[in-house]
Design a protein around this ligand. Structure first.
Ligand SMILES: C[S@@+](CC[C@H](N)C(=O)[O-])C[C@H]1O[C@@H](n2cnc3c(N)ncnc32)[C@H](O)[C@@H]1O
Length: 206
């Protein structure tokens, strides 16, 4: 079996980006974020995994649904440091900050109700392994969401023009294609959107 190695190349890239991310990254309107999150059925009994949380763009919005626990996972210590500065005192013990790689997901089986991958899926080095790991940690009927608060063409133009060789290859398939991929890992796709404003695929673990 091939050893899975922490994605230190992308970790370095995002670490170097972490001081600028809040100024140059996406800043979707609150109502757009909440309309999307409402589709994930977060409530006070739920554990939410925010994969590639970055500096925690989604964190206050997820907490507005009063989940039991939010696990903020990211490769980059720099991104997580920014998240800590902004959010750790505000959300206390309900917020678990975890430095890690989705490919080596250090969480027990069937413990997560909602896994959201906002602005990160194209960066997964091994989509098959990442989807298998997310399937493993989700509970039965748990929700997986892959989304961007921007259109696919825009995302692909940003990534495709990156000066970094790896990031240039981190491209997003059409939502219909991604839905078929996700379905192949034991998910039932419930909803998708792929237009100039937004991209998402929302699925449920079978
Ligand atoms: C484009 S940023 C998006 C951050 C945040 N979700 C947002 O929308 O502002 C992608 C983030 O995913 C993280 N990331 C990339 N690959 C990852 C992986 N394999 N496992 C965990 N995090 C990853 C990066 O470190 C980075 O912080």
């Amino acid at each position: 079996m091939q050893e899975v190695i922490f994605d230190s190349a992308r970790e370095k890239f995002f670490d170097e980006f972490s001081n600028r991310w809040d100024q140059s990254g996406p800043s979707p309107a609150t109502d757009v974020v909440l309309t999307f999150l409402r589709k994930l059925h977060i409530d006070s009994a739920k554990t939410v995994l925010d994969v590639g949380t970055g500096t925690g763009l989604l964190i206050p919005h997820i907490f507005s649904f009063h989940p039991a626990r939010v696990i903020a996972l990211d490769l980059s210590a720099g991104m997580l440091e920014k998240l800590r500065e902004k959010h750790s005192t505000r959300f206390g013990a309900g917020l678990v900050i975890l430095q890690g790689d989705v490919h080596l997901l250090n969480l027990p089986d069937t413990t997560v109700d909602v896994a959201v991958c906002n602005g990160v899926y194209p960066h997964f080095r091994d989509k098959s392994l990442a989807l298998s790991q997310l399937h493993r940690v989700l509970k039965k009927r748990g929700v997986l969401a892959v989304n961007h608060f921007a259109g696919r063409e825009f995302i692909n133009s940003i990534h495709g023009s990156s000066s970094h060789d790896l990031i240039r290859q981190d491209l997003l398939d059409p939502a219909a294609t991604l839905s078929e991929t996700i379905a192949g890992y034991g998910f039932h796709v419930k909803e998708l959107r792929d237009d100039t404003n937004e991209f998402y695929v929302i699925a449920e673990k079978i």
